[in-house]
Design a protein around this ligand. Sequence first.
Ligand code: PLP
Length: 443
Amino acid sequence: MKRAKKIYLDYAASTPVDPGVVLAMEPYWNKIYANPGAIHICGQESIKAIDEARETIQKFLGAEAPREIIFTGSATEANNLAIRGVVVGKTGASLIAATPAGSVILDSARRAFRDKGAEPRANDAPVLLPRVITSAIEHSSVLEPIRALEKEGLVEAVYLDVNQEGLIDLDELKKALSKNTVLVTIGYANNEIGVIQPIDEVAKIIRDFKKTPKPLVSSSQLPVFHTDAVQAIQFLETDVEKLGVDMMTISAHKIYGPKGIGALYVRDGLSAQAGIRLEPIIYGGEQEYGLRSGTENVPLIVGFAKAIEILAAWKKNSKNIQKVQNLRDYLWDNLAVRPPFGGRTAKKISINGSLDKRLPNFLNVFIPTIDDETFLIALSEQGVCVSSGAACASRSQKPSHVIGALGRKREGCNLRISLGRDTTKGELDIFMQIFLSVGNGIR
Ligand code: PLP
């Protein structure tokens, strides 16, 4: 029997739109609707709204200039722009041009890829492609563009492993940085386990590396450091100067804004410095400083900025974040002591990834001897909405690459439970009741 009241604990997948955001967007559907590219006064109203929104986000991220904020159709698109933009843009091209054999190197790499398994030909130059460093647990919108570039023979990629806690090894990063590295992209907080990477330390390592002479790379700005901060932005430091990042991805629908709008922070220095320029992935009318063509989605842009404004006020009061964390800890304290289910097994529920270095609203638990899908469906029938991993991948039924990277390939269920700003203790109590009764029922 289905429950009438839902218990939603999947805020990492998406959040409701804040009523203040809905209100802010309203005039932009049918009152202020002119194309922001139009010169007339109606168009100017639209462009003014975009300018103001860009400035709000610029200030929130501590960026130097509004033009460093590029609006995109999603965080997925922002990640694609960041990665492909650096590699295909002047960055990768300048690296190849700086090598004595020029484009021969790229061609040979392409051939090597196509003739997979074939021996390199004697007259081929050694393959030296632009290198991209990332981690094995990134969101698919980071991993897949990198894999696509690998398939095209345009990059070599290094996927840093994580330890059982879900953390990258900074010494491995140091070792992976090479004279042909053009991009390092490391997610700030993971979307499945909520584990937080030491982004400021990664930035420092890259900064130090930049000071070393690199004969193949013409620009002292390389490698570029990008972080996907989609999950982190709600709870952690996001000042780009303090963090030392060159590019940062954010998304509105994880912070009580609308779906279908993201942004990429791109340090202005990147375009100003010789040898570094992002190449767009969408071509056309050159909106968004030429980096994202297509008529701007004014209502969603305005909604995004309003969500940021509300978030900034919410973050200022540290009690808000503490409240979410206390509830998360309450939930974990209660789940951790339970043998699953009905005490038939001595094995306890355990946590996936570090507990300390984790977003305050995140839990990802491993429940032995129960099947992911069966449990999720049974919980859902009781009105409980949680997830087994990334929302976008959860229908694919593929095992999670994140849980796999932690070295946990045991039989069982991995459940992501993510809390929202307004989650209550009462909801968690009901969740725990259902969790136990459903678990016992399907054992
Ligand atoms: N990056 C991370 C870490 C995410 O959690 C998500 C959403 O699940 C995305 C990127 C993609 O965001 P969007 O839905 O805006 O494309």
